[in-house]
Design a protein. Structure first.
Length: 94
């Protein structure tokens, strides 16, 4: 599924639509326990153009945990909680 999502992203580069495609791909990779690939997708700069940055930071933290990158994961969880109107404050801080 992730390759199909990523394939749709270049059609509208540097946009929220591209960011959402990369976020969806990252989440799909995370669900497949492909943590390193998830980190790459979740790091895409277009994700910052979306309103779901908190979700991306939280997913990044989960992927980093899967790679045993505890300090990086903690930074990602704190970034998720710091996003305005974050929908992941409680899960990120537990």
């Amino acid at each position: 599924m992730a390759p199909r999502l990523i394939a749709g992203a270049p059609a509208d580069p540097a946009s929220a639509a591209s960011g959402l495609a990369h976020l969806a791909a990252g989440l799909s990779l995370l669900d497949s326990r492909r943590h390193a690939e998830a980190v790459a997708e979740l790091s895409h700069p277009d994700i910052q153009r979306t309103l779901l940055r908190d979700q991306a930071f939280y997913a990044m933290g989960r992927a980093q945990e899967g790679l045993a990158q505890g300090e990086a994961a903690a930074r990602s969880f704190l970034a998720a909680a710091a996003e305005p109107a974050s929908g992941v404050v409680c899960p990120a801080l537990t």
